[in-house]
Design a protein around this ligand. Structure first.
Ligand SMILES: Nc1ncnc2c1ncn2[C@@H]1O[C@H](COP(=O)(O)OP(=O)(O)OP(=O)(O)O)[C@@H](O)[C@H]1O
Length: 416
């Protein structure tokens, strides 16, 4: 939530109305060099993760994790709905309660925009990716999917304002104690933002630029609403286009889990320069560097969390636990732990003939027929036709076994 900010005194001016006041846009040479080992660690760890086995599991995860990213980015300002409600919205099942239905629409709009963005910006090109038009395109894509009523936002003081998809704000805003630049100067601040980042070469410089750009964009706050989500999508899409996420992780989960710290670092980076040893810009260089460090550490944490999840032996062990637990239920009592091996194998290939799958279980024919039927019931496999090859599936209801603690809010939803 934010406040509409009106200037009542005609003589008074916004404190920020000239783009040089946003300096520095990047850390100077020394702090930049100090940041390099941390950035290199992120790049190396992310590339290691992306090369881990199980190609089919990885490609399934890209789509499976979109609802989670949407949930977390919307949670940052309380606009989230429950994971199960997102799942329902994806099946066009919307709540009768208008507020809940709106949150469902916001959730699925984010999922679609993230997917669109990954297709639209497949490889990193700073000259293109830091154009203000890219931020406008992301914001527009996200908001044009909503209903007109969803675009009316109520400020903290009760005033209402319409969000115009992809259009810069024309009124003042206040976020916490920060009053972003004069609305009349938003376009020139965004041009300066572009100038500051559009020469960043792929690699360490690009990662630092993405992180710094995240703060400076939030600081300009160029839209009436949706700035946080747009900033996080831009960062996510940038990291994706650099080949670092491969659909396996996103800063959104980390930022939501560290929300208090995220805000504290944004606020610290809003500050004016703190004395002679705080860079040469108007704003605090230390605040900017610490924000960048925070964001990189948040990403590192996500990468390390996922690295424990994707290797074949540990995935197979979790499948075994899932099968043992679910075979105690009346509905799926024909499940057998022997199915863990062919299921894990399905993480590496797109599909498998049913006879081969059953053969890998090594059970008597009727036992494996029944086990296969219960695997369908459980939702861990699907098939395009009644007798066709089987494929791995990752329904939300099984997350608590397959990726424990990845999305705890979804686990709570599905415990039966
Ligand atoms: N003091 C601050 N300085 C800079 N940016 C801030 C500050 N406080 C919050 N922000 C950023 O502004 C976002 C909120 O802005 P806005 O309400 O326009 O975005 P939103 O997408 O509608 O909300 P949110 O993403 O938070 O759900 C926060 O998510 C954060 O990224």
């Amino acid at each position: 939530m934010k406040l509409a900010y009106f200037m009542t005194d005609k003589l008074s001016k916004y404190h920020y109305n000239s783009p040089h006041q946003m300096s520095p846009l990047l850390p100077s040479e020394q702090p930049m060099n100090d940041l390099r080992p941390l950035v290199a660690e992120l790049i190396n760890n992310a590339k290691d993760l992306a090369s881990q086995g199980m190609p089919q599991l990885r490609s399934l995860l890209r789509e499976t994790l979109r609802p989670m990213n949407s949930f977390y980015t919307n949670k940052i300002e309380g606009q989230h709905t429950e994971p199960l409600m997102i799942e329902r919205a994806l099946k066009a099942d919307f709540s009768d309660k208008p507020d809940e239905a709106k949150k469902q629409r916001i959730a699925i709009a984010h999922i679609a925009t993230e997917r669109w963005g990954e297709i639209t910006y497949p490889s990193f090109d700073a000259a293109n990716f830091f154009q203000p038009g890219v931020l406008q395109a992301i914001h527009r894509h996200l908001h044009t999917q909503l209903l007109d009523d969803d675009l009316i936002q109520t400020n903290d003081d009760g005033t209402k304002e319409k969000v115009h998809p992809g259009e810069w704000r024309t009124a003042g805003v206040k976020i916490g104690n920060h009053i972003p630049p004069d609305p009349a100067t938003v376009p020139v601040f965004m041009e300066e933002w572009q100038r500051g980042y559009s020469h960043s070469k792929a690699g360490e410089n690009a990662v630092v630029a993405l992180m710094a750009a995240h703060h400076r964009f939030a600081w300009i706050h160029p839209f009436t609403d949706g700035n946080g989500r747009t900033a996080r999508l831009h960062t996510h899409l940038g990291l994706n286009s650099l080949g670092l996420t491969q659909g396996l992780w996103s800063p959104m989960r980390g930022l939501a889990r560290e929300q208090a710290n995220y805000y504290a670092h944004l606020i610290a980076a809003d500050k004016d320069r703190q004395g002679d040893y705080d860079g040469r810009g108007v704003l605090s260089e230390k605040g900017l560097v610490e924000f960048i460090q925070f964001l990189i550490n948040t990403c590192l944490d996500q990468v390390s969390f996922m690295s424990g999840m994707l290797d074949i032996p540990s995935f197979e062990a979790r499948l075994r636990e899932m099968l043992a637990a679910e075979s105690t239920k009346d509905d799926t009592k024909a499940l057998k732990v022997e199915a863990a091996t062919p299921l894990a194998y399905l993480g590496t290939v797109k599909s498998m003939e049913r006879t081969k799958f059953k053969g890998m279980m090594g059970l008597a024919s009727r036992t494996s027929d029944r086990a296969l039927a219960d695997l369908f019931k459980l939702g861990i496999i699907t098939s395009k036709s009644p007798k066709g090859p089987v494929e791995l599936a990752l329904p939300l209801s099984l997350f608590r076994y397959l990726f424990p603690r990845l999305w705890p809010e979804a686990e709570v939803n599905t415990i039966s």
